[in-house]
Write a protein that binds this ligand. Structure first.
Ligand SMILES: C[S@@+](CC[C@H](N)C(=O)[O-])C[C@H]1O[C@@H](n2cnc3c(N)ncnc32)[C@H](O)[C@@H]1O
Length: 393
């Protein structure tokens, strides 16, 4: 145990602490689930921000170096049994068993790591709530304060832009970036990304929201009109009323589809593939098509004989095949957690990045077919439609 605290002392003394998490509460009834610690700069002074994560809320407190060490000593192992310390050079994990036996694991870091000194509330400021569209969209009061019942939404959109920014920064774009947001709904996430990119990227951003519901499209285009005088930058965002599969874009660099229902996600992925989008980013929603196929076949295995697992497996199979189809079409594909504050099994982001690297299509097609056969799936909507009017994939 002392070895761990020596490493913590050194990390703080040498200023190489990247982050730390204390988890696994000793008390089963504890409302406090974990504590996340990171270095921050407060008026140019190095401090450590502790985020206390409770079941339904987060609280933050800042401590100096000495207080930080005292805090951790008072919390481990009395309150938390596990603590993971990430430094620029080493990952250190301390696990304390129920009987109080400590195990220390240390691993040298291979990649280049950097410290991030920004505050959580600075991160939330990625989106400026005083921009006039936020009030018109119903997120803020007239004077630009996020309303109490929209706090969660505001956190969500800030997290969203942070994630998409991380993904987009790894892709090369020309001077204009054309983004199509499929199934844009009420437009919160579309506006958030547009606002963020137009303020942080030195490129022209052209954003089109595609939404089937006419009332939403009219409302959002009206909001855009109303904001044009105060913020002329909104001249390159626009919503169109259309279904995703009938939408005919002039150009797509980034295709986004967040929570587009069932096979609308497949239509969106296909639209991205057919338009040679550089990036395809989607957070799938319901997965009815494959669940029905699996139920129809009557085939079950040790997992899918349990109803709730059948449902979850349908989600896994649908999204795995989507990821494989993207790979098949030349997209290097990552599956990542989407918005960690929305803790559901469907909280997944598929990210496909177009590459020129050769792909073993035969092997990927084999994997797709094997999965479909195993679960008695006659057709996967995306895989089937990839071939529609097109023989060259
Ligand atoms: C769950 S909402 C998601 C909204 C937004 N993307 C978000 O994540 O907050 C899904 C939206 O997609 C729209 N939608 C569903 N199917 C569509 C389709 N085939 N074409 C266009 N829009 C569609 C729905 O009307 C709805 O507004």
């Amino acid at each position: 145990m002392e070895k761990f605290f020596e490493k913590l002392d050194l990390a703080i003394k040498n200023d190489i602490l990247v982050k730390m998490t204390m988890s696994k509460p000793v008390s089963k009834n504890s409302e406090l689930r974990n504590i996340y610690v990171k270095p921050i700069l407060l008026k140019n002074n190095k401090m450590y921000q502790f985020t206390y994560r409770y079941e339904r809320r987060d609280e933050t407190k800042n401590f100096d170096a000495t207080q930080t060490i005292e805090q951790v000593r008072s919390l481990v192992p009395e309150v938390f049994q596990n603590v993971s310390l990430f430094t620029i050079t080493e990952d250190v994990t301390l696990l304390v068993s129920k009987k109080g036996k400590p195990t220390l694991m240390c691993k040298k870091v291979q990649e280049n790591r950097e410290q991030d000194f920004s505050h959580d509330h600075e991160k939330q400021r990625l989106i400026d709530p005083t921009n006039p569209w936020w009030h018109l969209l119903g997120l803020t009061t007239r004077d630009g304060k996020v309303t109490a019942d929209m706090q969660h939404k505001y956190k969500q959109i800030c997290k969203y832009v942070e994630i998409v920014d991380g993904v987009m920064r790894q892709t090369k774009f020309d001077d204009e970036i054309h983004i199509a947001d499929m199934g844009a709904g009420k437009g919160y996430l579309t506006f958030a990304l547009y606002e963020y990119l137009t303020t942080h990227y030195d490129k022209k951003i052209v954003m089109e929201g595609v939404e089937i519901r006419k009332d939403l499209v009219l409302k959002i285009n009206d909001i855009i009109e109303k904001c044009k005088d105060a913020r002329p930058c909104v001249s390159t965002i626009h919503f169109v009323q259309n279904s995703i599969d009938e939408y005919k874009p002039s150009n797509i660099d980034v295709l986004i589809a967040l929570h587009a229902c069932d096979t609308a996600t497949d239509d969106a992925i296909l639209k991205g593939i057919r338009n040679n989008a550089k990036l395809i980013i989607c957070a799938p929603c319901c997965h009815k098509q494959i669940r029905h196929e699996m139920e129809k076949s009557g085939k079950t295995d040790a997992i899918t004989k349990y109803g709730i697992f059948l449902e979850r497996q349908a989600v896994m199979i649908t999204d795995t095949i989507r990821a494989l189809v993207l790979e098949y079409c030349g997209y290097k594909t990552q599956v990542m957690e989407f918005i960690e504050i929305d803790n559901t099994p469907k909280n997944v982001l598929l990210v496909g990045r177009k590459t020129d690297k050769p792909v073993d299509k035969e092997a990927i097609a084999k994997q797709i077919k094997a999965l479909m056969e195993q679960y008695g799936i006659e057709e996967h909507y995306l895989w089937k439609n990839l071939w529609k009017n097109c023989r060259t994939y």
